[in-house]
Design a protein around this ligand. Structure first.
Ligand SMILES: NC(=O)c1ccc[n+]([C@@H]2O[C@H](COP(=O)([O-])OP(=O)(O)OC[C@H]3O[C@@H](n4cnc5c(N)ncnc54)[C@H](O)[C@@H]3O)[C@@H](O)[C@H]2O)c1
Length: 364
């Protein structure tokens, strides 16, 4: 895959390097003349799968240390951030620390948050190891932790120095996590054009049947480029970047009411359906997108624990969404491929209908 360099409006330049982590990470950091002391935060499953190779890389960095994190939403918290901060202090890390986050979105969001607050900000890099982190969460500088019952409520905008992407890591990723990553990929399909959406769908259908199917590099690269193009012009989500929240207002509520028993990506898939149904219920002009998403959702296993609808609870969560303004829920609604309405306020009855139809789709 082609390496990508992109510059933010703040003129910071970020490299996305596509290369073998185990063969080339050390040399790459050498070529960048990084003089800071390295600190690695590593996802526990990634460490389990690649322990020897990871230790070989880490031992090349003098005086470095590692922190292993069990990735689950209930660990993306202020307590985990505090534990890492204490470990940094215990190991006498100062402002000259270079933090490397090796893992999925949970390790990435939490590590980026810690990097942004430790010693008023230390340098860091992402090594994304899930499909979702490769195409989405590692790019764009959003860091965060869950707080109380609200997802990502506390966080910062803080960009890494570089993102080192190696799709080799996907070989050990559970099929359900690959499927989860498709939630965000389908979002990019809707934000782009029908032919891209259909290509994603074709690969998705193959993966459902055959675990060994690889995701074509072109599909990954296009999502990465789309995210870059959107965030580089709107770093702090004051304009166009809001379209990346497509499906997410609903998704965050679905994650919370299921107590995170469904993954973020799968919740996004449901959220994409809810948003497109709401768009149709509101009679926004457009195509019948929801039926296409419904066909995808019906093939996905959401687990036996999917709860009954508690509409009051869902609305309490929707009303806490940090994108709301003036106490009103703001939705991003699709009307066609590449065409969206941002900041849409809906009647409660219409939102409820979209939610009921979403729940009815989930395989029990
Ligand atoms: N910052 C952003 O812009 C942004 C965007 C989208 C999502 N997110 C956040 O990302 C999180 C979800 O990220 P995720 O889907 O990557 O989940 P995750 O980080 O929990 O990883 C999923 C699972 O895969 C395991 N894993 C990771 N890499 C592996 C590998 N290579 N081999 C085997 N197992 C591996 C992890 O241990 C975990 O069990 C959510 O908290 C979401 O809010 C952030």
């Amino acid at each position: 895959m082609k390496n990508i360099k992109y510059s933010l409006k703040s003129e910071k330049q970020i490299d996305i390097v596509f290369s073998s982590f185990f063969e080339n990470f050390f040399d790459y950091t050498k070529s960048r003349k990084i003089t800071e002391r390295f600190y690695f935060i590593i996802d526990k499953n990634v460490f389990k799968f690649y322990q020897n190779e990871l230790l070989d890389v880490i031992q090349k960095f003098p005086n470095s240390s590692k922190y292993i994190l069990k990735s689950k939403e209930s660990n993306k918290t202020i307590d985990s951030a505090q534990d890492i901060l204490q470990d940094l202090i215990k190991n006498s890390y100062g402002r000259d620390t270079f933090l490397v986050a090796i893992g999925g979105g949970i390790v990435g969001d939490l590590s980026g948050f810690v990097a942004s607050i430790y010693a008023r900000g230390i340098k860091f890099a992402h090594v994304p190891t899930t499909l979702l982190a490769i195409v989405d969460s590692s790019i764009g500088g959003k860091t965060g932790i869950n707080f109380g019952e609200t997802k990502n409520l506390v966080g910062t905008f803080y960009h890494p120095e570089f993102i080192f992407t190696d799709t080799y890591f996907l070989n050990s990723l559970a099929k359900e996590e690959i499927i989860s990553g498709f939630g965000e990929l389908f979002k990019y399909g809707i934000l782009n054009e029908k032919s891209y959406f259909n290509k994603i769908k074709t690969i998705f259908n193959k993966i459902l049947i055959d675990n060994s199917v690889e995701i074509p590099q072109k599909i990954i690269q296009k999502a990465v480029e789309m995210k870059i193009n959107i965030v580089k012009n709107d770093e702090k989500e004051s304009g166009m970047r809001q379209i990346l929240n497509l499906g997410h207002t609903f998704a965050h509520a679905y994650e919370i009411i299921t107590n995170h028993k469904i993954t973020h990506g799968k919740a996004v898939l449901l959220g994409l359906f809810s948003a497109s149904r709401l768009s149709e219920i509101e009679n926004l002009p457009g195509i019948n997108l929801s039926s296409q998403i419904a066909k995808i959702i019906q093939k996905v296993d959401f687990g036996a624990d999917f709860p009954k609808i508690e509409m009051d609870e869902i609305f309490t969560i929707l009303l806490r969404d940090k994108k709301n303004r003036g106490g009103k829920i703001k939705f991003v609604l699709p009307i066609n491929f590449g065409e969206l309405v941002v900041g849409f306020e809906s009647e409660q009855a219409n939102v409820e209908l979209a939610i009921i139809e979403t729940f009815n789709l989930v395989k029990k």
